[in-house]
Design a protein. Structure first.
Length: 372
């Protein structure tokens, strides 16, 4: 059974419905939108529909403020990306943007009203240490000095420990693949890197090709155990499918590419829940082909029961025992599929028993203009 559609989902999918909202509904909508990091996207949706000026004054102030902040963050992001490209100009490595930074720099609709907490880049694993050294020469430093944390990232994860710029305060995640090396799903990373496309108007700046961008977004969401931004990420998938799906050849390439990269399961989930929860238009033959990634019937039923609840706004208005159980089950699942049991038990046990006090210089600091 699918829970009733939440107010923020109704508003984003059918903006005209907001013209009939009561003051109480507007109050709940603004709170849900802010909690899910969708307030600026909601404002952008209203503005694009020509409805922003019809919104009552009190909620309109929140919406226009969110738009201004999103615009400021977008400018800051572009400046920061330019700085990173300049810092890596002599490294001899392709700089590939991931996730939100990629959406923004590629001018995709998924970036409209998006907030940014960090920047993610992808580089070949063989050049990882060289890239890290170059970045450190330009003021970037790591925040995880504990020997175990260093080994955890460098031996098992898909990225090095997050870097922070000493002056600009920006956080940078440097990836060498898109899933931990211990994950049950094994990514064909060479194929992923071989297909990156240059960003027009930029030197040595790349993004994943369209189908890979969609597959990465799906992989990120459906291997995640924290659903604070789950609904936002689902709307990202909806936006990517609607926009990229209009390009010739996208739908024909999507499922075969998922097979090549080893990502048929997250693609199945992405198409399943965007169509089920957001009415995303996907050609029937693509939905049929994506069944190759469907789990066994019992697992599929359990995933349906969990995801339709976990992907609701993380807000008091959606709290229920069933939602809590769904999110907890998916949190456990996210760890289970990220690493083998013996490693998971050791890692969680160590984290539970040993909680070293963070030093001031280890606490994550994000530049104000990029703060989510």
């Amino acid at each position: 059974m699918i829970p009733p559609r939440d107010l923020i989902v109704t508003a984003l999918l059918t903006p005209a419905a907001m013209t009939r909202f009561s003051g109480q509904q507007w109050d709940l909508l603004i709170r849900q939108a802010r909690r899910t990091k969708l307030l600026a996207r909601l404002a952008h949706t209203l503005e694009r529909a020509g409805l922003l000026k019809t919104v009552p004054m009190a909620p309109r102030l929140h919406l226009t403020s969110a738009l201004k902040l999103a615009s400021r963050q977008d400018r800051s992001l572009r400046w920061e990306v330019a700085c990173i490209c300049k810092e890596l100009a002599d490294a001899g490595v392709r700089v590939t943007l991931l996730k939100g930074a990629a959406y923004a720099m590629a001018k995709l609709a998924a970036a409209n009203g998006r907030s940014f907490s960090d920047i993610d880049i992808l580089v070949p694993k063989a050049q990882l240490l060289h890239v890290e050294s170059e970045l450190m020469l330009h003021g970037w430093q790591g925040g995880h000095h504990d020997a175990y944390d260093q080994r955890y990232y460098r031996r098992w994860m898909h990225e090095i420990p997050p870097l922070r710029h000493v002056r600009r305060g920006t956080t940078l995640d440097v990836h060498h693949t898109i899933l931990p090396e211990t994950a049950r799903v094994k990514i064909n990373t060479p194929a992923l890197l071989a297909a990156v496309v240059p960003l027009h108007g930029h030197t040595n700046l790349y993004v994943l090709q369209p189908v890979d961008m969609l597959l990465h977004s799906a992989t990120h969401l459906f291997h995640e155990g924290d659903f604070e931004k789950g609904l936002r990420d689902l709307f990202d998938l909806d936006s990517l499918l609607r926009q990229l799906g209009a390009a010739p050849g996208f739908w024909e390439q999507l499922v075969p590419r998922a097979v090549t990269l080893g990502l048929t399961r997250p693609l199945y989930y992405a198409l399943r829940y965007t169509t089920l929860m957001l009415d995303t238009p996907v050609p029937p033959h693509v939905l049929e082909a994506a069944q190759i990634g469907k789990p066994p019937a019992l697992v599929a039923g359990l995933m349906d029961a969990c995801y339709v609840r976990a992907l609701r706004p993380v807000h008091v208005s959606t709290n229920s025992p069933a939602t809590w159980v769904a999110r907890f089950a998916l949190y456990v699942r996210s760890h289970w599929i990220r690493m083998p049991f013996y490693l998971l038990a050791y890692h969680l046990g160590r984290k539970a028993l040993i909680r070293p006090k963070l030093q001031d210089d280890e606490k994550p600091v994000v530049k104000v203009d990029l703060k989510a």
